[in-house]
Design a protein around this ligand. Structure first.
Ligand SMILES: Nc1ncnc2c1ncn2[C@@H]1O[C@H](COP(=O)(O)OP(=O)(O)OP(=O)(O)O)[C@@H](O)[C@H]1O
Ligand SMILES: [Mg+2]
Length: 165
């Protein structure tokens, strides 16, 4: 009689997925920031959220402006900081993009009045995304900018691991 087959070893517990490493980009001057923005613009599609974090003067609007100029194909496009209007809309090759600056947002409830839900059907580009609270999209590309010298900035990217190297 053949020996009974050994019972299969219990399978080892599944390793938790390795957290994707943040990607760091050194941006020595505004041209480098614009190049990063153009690379992101080329990837945009409806439903995307790009969140721009960092202190005052870090370069969030500068990056957003370069991204919108690349996405519209118009290097002279006027892109005012939406710090007073809180949102500005643009028509781009990837569809409408709503550029938010939520620094002055009066609580997440005020987001509805700005048309957040409708904007999420298209593309949102958000300065001060910490103001989103529970409405923060979890599949966003988050870019955290820090000052690293007079014209030097550092960008740390989270998200879009499959789309941005
Ligand atoms: N490498 C760089 N990348 C981006 N901006 C730079 C860089 N070097 C210098 N700057 C300058 O830093 C300033 C950044 O201002 P910007 O309005 O973009 O900041 P912000 O993060 O949007 O600030 P706020 O929170 O006040 O809206 C601009 O004057 C820009 O020209
Ligand atoms: Mg700004």
């Amino acid at each position: 009689m053949p020996a009974p087959l050994p019972s299969p070893l219990p399978s080892p517990p599944r390793e938790p997925p390795i957290a994707a490493a943040p990607r760091v980009r050194e941006l020595p001057d505004p041209q480098a920031t614009a190049a990063l923005a153009a690379g992101i613009a080329a990837q945009l599609r409806p439903g995307d959220a790009v969140l721009l974090e960092g202190p005052l003067g870090a370069g969030k609007t500068t990056l957003a402006r370069a991204l919108l100029r690349a996405a519209t194909g118009n290097p002279a496009l006027e892109v005012p900081s939406p710090s007073y209007t809180l949102v500005q809309e643009y028509e781009t090759a990837a569809g409408p993009v709503a550029h938010f600056d939520l620094w002055r947002l009066d609580g997440p409830a005020a987001l509805a009045e700005l048309g957040w839900e409708a904007a999420r059907q298209h593309i949102v580009l958000v300065e001060w995304p910490d103001r989103l609270g529970a409405l923060r999209p979890d599949d966003a590309l988050t870019i955290t900018l820090s000052l690293n010298g007079p014209t030097a900035r550092r960008a740390v990217l989270h998200g879009w691991e499959d789309r941005l190297a």
